[in-house]
Ligand binder design. Structure first.
Ligand code: HEC
Ligand code: HEC
Ligand code: HEC
Ligand code: HEC
Ligand code: HEC
Ligand code: HEC
Ligand code: HEC
Ligand code: HEC
Ligand code: HEC
Length: 431
């Protein structure tokens, strides 16, 4: 018998004999499947989209080979994915930019829509990312096997407003290009350890729900994080994050962790524990709750001791706000910092420590000899930017600060240090 390819010329009309890259067919589409899937409409009972006599989905559910009024002999014209949404009912799809945006392609290669004739994001809808036949990413029928490629085709400056792809070429990035085929949308909320540790665009975004909504004044996440799962402060999984940090806790808390950037006297890579307002004497930047210290005179307006900040206030794209995309995609400054921060054992100043000077200045400072010490070493030699079992975010870098190393805060603006630094001994030296 001749193979299919010997009869039908190669091209879009030849599906080959391996249908694993095509929309699934020949299976029962019944109430049990609808409830198991959670995002399907009831099986089509009447109308143009039909199941066969056994209630199975077949080629003929989507195609009517004797009627060519719609392109590709489709039973329903698929502009704006009208065919797809007769069966699929994705949460928040109706609000998503990927279903609503009327943006078109600027003509610079690659073509974001190689397999359809539609010319806008809204008109391509599901097929912006999925291909019902000949999908590169077989499992979810995605256009490309490399997960991020499905997004780069538009988020490269050619269709969407901001060039996200360029961010991932910077020196410090979330490594979305490191793995292909490791991520699975069904994986448990805790991203697995070892070789399976990964991050993809779809780990941090739900492309069916992403919308232009802005972040709420108190809590709440922007539309870019709509429909995204996370881990809350107590360590439990949540199906929709309320705070950005809940997204980060999926991979930077209880699960396998990356390397430490600065060595610490009290090492802790579980960010969920670092930011926890635990003992009442510990300290933390006010990400999950406002801080314990009512006396932080260095704060610049509008920040006060009643403020909360986000991971994204420090970990963000570098560059000018408004033009550069928001989000921890890529930065010139490691580890993914919005502004420059020097870790070297040389004097800190507003230039080389711009990140801290975003919110603090030392015209006013709780410690009279602070400015003098700042002139000698990095802020990171004494302070931990996340949290510390000590007050005042003091968590010394043992590569610079040696000896017994203890710090005690004594009331407001007073404390004592036991340590050795730059060859100088402090033996319960008080300030
Ligand atoms: C879930 C709906 C769906 C099912 C099921 C389906 N198709 Fe399709 N098919 C489409 C869509 C939509 C297109 C239009 C191409 C595009 O939009 O990328 C298409 C295009 C095609 C084409 C290309 C025609 C052209 O324009 O050159 C062929 C051939 C084809 N389908 C055959 C089949 C066969 C054979 C089956 C069963 C094995 C099948 N289809 C099952 C939705 C479906
Ligand atoms: C006749 C109803 C019907 C139509 C029309 C339809 N689908 Fe589906 N689709 C299904 C069913 C049923 C499943 C299986 C769901 C499950 O197993 O939970 C499915 C599965 C899928 C999957 C998941 C495949 C996988 O391997 O996990 C994708 C992606 C998908 N459809 C996309 C589309 C796109 C894009 C269109 C429009 C071109 C479309 N569907 C049109 C009924 C339909
Ligand atoms: C902007 C890109 C994009 C668009 C547009 C899009 N999808 Fe998806 N879809 C994805 C990605 C990426 C995944 C895999 C999610 C993951 O890996 O976590 C996916 C997964 C799926 C799945 C598997 C089940 C799930 O939710 O994970 C189905 C079914 C599906 N899409 C159907 C559709 C349909 C139907 C439409 C149009 C109504 C659509 N998609 C529009 C990117 C998109
Ligand atoms: C066919 C083009 C296209 C593809 C492919 C695409 N997007 Fe988009 N996306 C857009 C457009 C257009 C917007 C609206 C904002 C804009 O114009 O810049 C948008 C918006 C977004 C937003 C922000 C929501 C908003 O409106 O501000 C996120 C997050 C996003 N996309 C993620 C993804 C991810 C993840 C993928 C891949 C799975 C993807 N996109 C694939 C075109 C695309
Ligand atoms: C799906 C998993 C995942 C999620 C969610 C995630 N990350 Fe990451 N992150 C990674 C991986 C993988 C790396 C690469 C280094 C490693 O393995 O830790 C990384 C690296 C980083 C780095 C750079 C570390 C270094 O050593 O250079 C920072 C900073 C970071 N992430 C912050 C965040 C923030 C802030 C969030 C929340 C907005 C977040 N991450 C969400 C997986 C994730
Ligand atoms: C986005 C704004 C922001 C940035 C950037 C920032 N801080 Fe803060 N910082 C705050 C706020 C708000 C407080 C007040 C918390 C409180 O009242 O306990 C604070 C408090 C502190 C405290 C006192 C904590 C305590 O519990 O006593 C130290 C020390 C500190 N910051 C150091 C730094 C260093 C070092 C950097 C640079 C890595 C930095 N900050 C960057 C907003 C910021
Ligand atoms: C005030 C600024 C600031 C805030 C807020 C902040 N970080 Fe960081 N982060 C830094 C700096 C500076 C470093 C590098 C120095 C260090 O690790 O001590 C860092 C390092 C990291 C690293 C690399 C591993 C490590 O600890 O060395 C990860 C991952 C990370 N941060 C994730 C997060 C997450 C998740 C959040 C929110 C829950 C967050 N950060 C909030 C400034 C900040
Ligand atoms: C580690 C998590 C993470 C990864 C990976 C990630 N993003 Fe984001 N992204 C974010 C966060 C957080 C925001 C900012 C949300 C906010 O505005 O509060 C964001 C914002 C965006 C925006 C809106 C930007 C703006 O300025 O309006 C788009 C578009 C976007 N991401 C697309 C992508 C694409 C495409 C990829 C993959 C190539 C990707 N993201 C990978 C976390 C991530
Ligand atoms: C030699 C160690 C050391 C260095 C270096 C250092 N600090 Fe401090 N810092 C301290 C101590 C000790 C305190 C506690 C003062 C008190 O008792 O309130 C403090 C307090 C603070 C406070 C809270 C009180 C206030 O004045 O607002 C902030 C904010 C702060 N430091 C930021 C920084 C920044 C930013 C840098 C780098 C530019 C830096 N520190 C460098 C030791 C240091």
């Amino acid at each position: 018998m001749k193979s299919a390819s010997a009869r039908i010329p190669a091209g879009q009309a030849n599906l080959g004999t391996d249908l694993s890259d095509d929309h699934p067919i020949s299976f029962k589409y019944d109430a049990a499947l609808v409830s198991a899937d959670g995002q399907l409409r009831p099986p089509p009972a009447s109308g143009s989209v039909r199941l066969d006599g056994n209630n199975e989905l077949q080629c003929t559910s989507c195609h009517e080979p004797h009627d060519s009024q719609n392109p590709s002999f489709l039973v329903v014209n698929n502009t704006a994915s009208a065919l797809c949404v007769t069966c699929h009912d994705l949460k928040n799809w109706g609000r998503s930019s990927h279903s609503l945006s009327t943006k078109t392609w600027n003509g610079t290669s690659p073509n974001p829509w190689p397999h359809t004739k539609e010319k806008s994001v809204a008109a391509n809808a599901c097929e912006n990312c999925h291909n019902p036949h000949g999908a590169g990413g077989k499992q979810r029928l995605l256009n490309y096997a490399a997960e991020e490629q499905n997004c780069y085709t538009c988020h490269n400056g050619n269709v969407a407003a901001k060039n996200i792809m360029a961010e991932f070429n910077k020196p410090s990035v979330h490594p979305v290009i490191n793995n292909t085929g490791v991520h699975d949308p069904m994986e448990t909320t805790l991203v697995p350890a070892g070789a399976n540790r990964h991050v993809e665009c779809a780990d941090c975004h739900n492309p069916h729900a992403s919308n232009p909504g802005t972040r709420g004044v108190v809590g709440g996440v922007s539309g870019a994080l709509a429909g995204v799962r996370g881990i809350n402060l107590g360590g439990a999984s949540v199906s929709q994050v309320t705070y950005e940090y809940e997204l980060c806790f999926r991979c930077h808390a209880d699960t396998a962790k990356g390397p430490s950037v600065v060595s610490r006297q009290f090492p802790q890579l579980n960010t969920r524990l670092e930011f926890q307002p635990a003992s009442g004497t510990n300290s933390f930047h006010p990400v999950v709750s406002i801080g314990f210290n009512p006396n932080v005179p260095s704060l610049k307006s509008p920040w006060t001791t009643a403020s909360k900040i986000g991971c994204g206030d420090c970990h963000n794209s570098d560059g000018s706000p408004g033009t550069t995309p928001n989000g921890p995609h890529g930065s010139a400054y490691k580890p993914l910092l919005e502004r420059m921060l020097s870790f070297a054992d040389t004097g800190a100043n507003p230039g080389n420590s711009a990140l801290c000077f975003k919110c603090h200045n030392f015209v006013n400072t709780a410690w009279s000899r602070h400015v003098e010490h700042i002139g000698m070493t990095s802020c990171m030699t004494c302070h931990d930017p996340h949290g510390s079992p000590n007050p005042r975010l003091i968590n010394f870098n043992p590569n610079v600060v040696t000896g017994a190393r203890s710090y005690q805060a004594v009331g407001v603006s007073h404390g004592t240090c036991v340590l050795s630094c730059h060859g100088k001994e402090h033996n319960s030296t008080a300030y």
